[in-house]
Design a binder for this molecule. Structure first.
Ligand code: ATP
Ligand code: MG
Length: 573
C-alpha cells in the first residue's frame, strides 16, 4: 500500500468527545470516524484490524468444531414474544415498525433467532451436539454510548450458540469454548482473565467473562480476584467478612427511640452516637422495575445493585430519588426525609435483607421519623424477614470465599462472555428434539459472545504510549512501514521501493510512505498509527544502511536493507 493513496487522515487533536485512550488514538490516527452517537465508520486501517481479529476468531471457532452461519440482523417481534423478552428487554432493544405496521427490532443478540432455526432443523438427538456461530453487526441502543468502539450502539460481535442433550454435554462445550477464547485472546496479543459473572439480560445460571485488565479509565468492571484461582466481576463476587462488632449491647442497654438530629448520613449518625457503623442497620430505597424496594444492609457495607435486582427478579434498577422517597413516605403516612427511613410500617413494600443483617443485635435503625432512630433494636422489632440474601458489594481486603486470603480489586474491560443457558430459551420456545426413547426434550443450550470491535479497542488500551498505538503484530493493520526520508532523493526512493516490492512479494503487509512530507510528520504518523516495524531510508543509504525500528520496544538498529528484510521475514514467519 502506498501511503499517498491510503484513504485515511491523521489529526492534530484527539476527538473532542473522547475520554479514554483507545477512542482518542483510534480517532486521531484516522481509524474510525463517527457517524452519530455510538455509530462509527471503520476506515480501511480499522477494517484491516477488525478482519484480522475476525480471522483469528473464525480459525479458533472452526478448530473448536463450531460452524459459521449468518442470521438476519432485523428480527420480528413474534420470536421475542415467544421467549418472553419483548416485554423485558429494556430500551437497548431498538424497536421499529415495517410498512405493514409489524413490529421488528434490530438484533442486539440472536438467542431467539437461533433457537427458532434449530427448532426447524434439529429434530433428533443424533443431530447434537452442535455449535453455530456468526460474526455480524449488532445494535444496542445503549443509555450511554461512550469510549468509542468500547461501548458503541452499533458494534461487531461474534456470537455462538450450542445445542446439546445433557448438562454434561453443555459442560464439555462450555469448557471447549473457554479454551478457544483463551487461544483467541492470546493470539490477539491480549492477556485476559476469565472471571465469574452475573448472567444479566441473557439469563441462565453459570457464566464467565473474559476481561482485559487495565488501570486506565476504560475498564467499566470491577474484578475481584485472589492469589488462588478465584476471580469474579463485582456483580457476582462474594466474600467472607473480617470480624466486626455487630452487637450494640455495650452502647445501648434498652430499646428506645432516641433523638438523632441532623444525622442524614451513616457517618453523621455513627459520629453522633459514637458507635461503629457496623451496628447501624442501613435502609435504602431502590426503584426496581418501577416499584420501590427497601434494601437492608449492615451500614459499613454497600449494596451491589445487580445482586439486589436479581434477588427481586427484576431487570431494571436505580436508587430512588428524594422526591420518590417523599412520595413513598406520604403514601405510608410518614414524612421522614432520607437518612431516617426504616422498614417498619412499610406494608406492601418488598423488603430485601442482606446476609449481614442476620447477626446484628442491639442495633440502630431508622423508624421513618425525621431526626429520630430506634436504638438497641433487634430483628424482632422489625417486620419479619423471610429470608436473607447476599446483596453486598465486596470490598477489597474482604476474604476470598475459596481460600480465605484477602481479595484484591482491579478494573477490567469485558471482551468476551460465555453462558450456560440451559433450557431458558428452548423451553418457552418449545424447541425440542426426540431423544433415544422417542420422547421430546428441550435442547440444553449455551451461548458465547466476543466483541470484535471492542477487542480491537481493548488491544489499544493495553498497547500504547505517548506517541500512539503499539499494535500486537497479529492484529496490526500492516506489519511494516517503509519511510523514505526524502522522496525527491533518487537513491532513497529507489531503495525504499525496492524493499517494498521484495517484502510484498514475500507476503509481508507493507506500506511505503511515499508522501512528499517532512520526515518528522511521517515518523509521527507511523508511531501514531502503530505499525509494529518501521524501516527508514535516509542519508545513511549512501553507506548502504537503513534504520530498523521496533515500535513495541522503540529499539532502533542500523542495518543493510537485506538484513532489514531478513529480520522482518524471521519475525513474521
Ligand atoms: P456490557 O456488560 O459491557 O454492556 P454485555 O455483557 O451486555 O456487555 P454481551 O451480551 O455479553 O454484552 O455481549 C457479548 C460481547 O459483546 C461482550 O462481551 C462485549 O465484548 C461485546 N459488547 C457488548 N456490548 C457492546 C457495546 N455496546 N459495544 C461494543 N461491544 C459490546
Ligand atoms: Mg456480557
Amino acid at each position: 500500500m502506498k501511503m499517498s493513496k491510503m484513504f485515511f487522515q491523521t489529526m492534530r487533536e484527539f476527538p473532542s468527545d473522547a475520554e479514554v485512550m483507545s477512542h482518542k488514538l483510534l480517532g486521531r490516527a484516522g481509524y474510525i470516524k463517527k457517524l452519530t452517537s455510538g455509530v462509527y465508520n471503520y476506515m480501511p486501517l480499522m477494517w484491516r484490524v477488525l478482519k484480522k481479529i475476525e480471522t483469528i476468531v473464525r480459525e479458533e471457532m472452526d478448530r473448536a468444531g463450531a460452524q459459521e452461519l449468518l442470521m438476519p440482523f432485523v428480527q420480528p417481534k413474534e420470536l421475542w414474544e415467544e421467549s418472553g423478552r419483548w416485554e423485558v428487554y429494556g430500551k437497548e432493544l431498538m424497536r421499529l415498525k415495517d410498512r405493514h405496521n409489524r413490529d421488528m427490532c434490530l438484533g442486539p443478540t440472536h438467542e431467539e433467532i437461533i433457537t427458532a432455526l434449530a427448532r426447524d432443523v434439529i429434530k433428533s438427538y443424533k443431530q447434537m451436539p452442535v455449535n453455530l456461530y456468526q460474526i455480524q453487526s449488532k445494535f444496542r441502543d445503549e443509555v450511554r454510548p461512550r469510549y468509542g468502539l468500547l461501548r458503541g450502539r452499533e458494534f461487531i460481535m461474534k456470537d455462538a450458540y450450542s445445542f446439546g442433550k445433557t448438562q454434561e454435554e453443555l459442560d464439555k462445550e462450555y469448557d471447549n469454548m473457554a479454551k478457544a477464547y483463551k487461544r483467541i485472546f492470546d493470539r490477539c496479543g491480549l492477556e485476559t482473565k476469565m472471571v465469574q459473572s452475573d448472567s444479566g439480560a441473557i439469563g441462565g445460571s453459570v457464566s464467565h467473562e473474559f476481561m482485559v485488565i487495565t488501570d486506565g479509565d476504560a475498564g467499566e468492571n470491577d474484578v475481584f480476584y485472589c492469589e488462588c484461582d478465584y476471580s469474579a466481576n463485582s456483580n457476582h463476587a462474594v466474600s467472607k467478612l473480617p470480624p466486626a462488632e455487630t452487637d450494640g449491647a455495650k452502647y445501648f442497654n434498652e430499646t428506645k427511640i432516641m433523638d438523632t438530629p441532623n444525622t442524614h448520613s451513616i457517618e453523621e449518625l455513627s459520629a453522633f452516637l459514637n458507635i461503629p457503623s457496623s451496628i447501624i442497620l442501613k435502609s435504602l430505597v431502590y426503584i426496581i422495575d418501577k416499584k420501590p424496594v427497601i434494601a437492608l444492609i449492615r451500614a459499613d457495607k454497600n449494596v451491589e445493585e445487580t445482586k439486589l435486582m436479581n434477588a427481586v427478579g427484576g431487570i431494571d434498577i436505580r436508587i430512588a430519588s428524594s422526591a420518590e422517597i417523599a412520595e413513598l413516605m406520604a403514601e405510608k403516612g410518614f414524612d421522614a426525609v432520607p437518612g431516617f427511613i426504616g422498614p417498619k410500617g412499610m406494608n406492601g413494600v418488598q423488603i430485601i435483607a442482606d446476609e449481614t443483617v442476620r447477626d446484628m443485635k442491639n442495633f440502630v435503625v431508622g423508624i421513618n421519623q425525621t431526626d429520630k432512630h430506634l436504638v438497641g433494636a433487634n430483628l424482632s422489632d422489625l417486620p419479619a424477614i423471610e429470608n436473607y440474601v447476599d446483596i453486598r458489594l465486596v470490598d477489597a481486603g474482604d476474604f476470598c470465599p475459596v481460600c480465605g486470603k484477602p481479595l484484591k480489586v482491579t478494573k477490567g474491560i469485558e471482551v468476551g462472555n460465555i453462558f450456560q443457558l440451559g433450557t431458558k430459551y428452548s423451553k418457552p420456545m418449545n424447541a425440542v428434539y426426540l431423544d433415544e426413547n422417542g420422547k421430546t426434550q428441550p435442547y440444553i443450550m449455551g451461548c458465547y459472545g466476543i466483541g470484535i470491535s471492542r477487542t480491537a479497542a481493548a488491544a489499544v488500551e493495553a498497547h500504547y504510549d505517548e506517541h500512539g498505538i503499539k499494535w500486537p503484530i497479529a492484529i496490526a493493520p500492516y506489519h511494516v512501514v517503509i519511510v523514505p526520508v526524502n522522496v525527491k532523493d533518487e537513491l532513497q526512493m529507489k531503495t525504499a521501493e525496492d524493499m517494498y516490492e521484495k517484502l510484498l512479494a514475500a507476503g509481508v503487509e507493507v506500506v511505503i510512505d511515499d508522501r512528499d512530507e517532512r520526515a518528522g510528520v511521517k515518523f509521527k504518523d507511523a508511531d501514531l498509527i502503530g505499525f509494529p516495524f518501521r524501516v527508514t531510508v535516509g542519508k545513511t543509504i549512501t553507506d548502504g544502511l537503513v534504520e530498523f525500528k521496533v515500535r513495541e520496544t522503540e529499539d532502533v538498529t542500523t542495518v543493510t536493507p537485506e538484513v532489514a528484510i531478513e529480520k522482518l521475514l524471521t519475525i513474521l514467519k
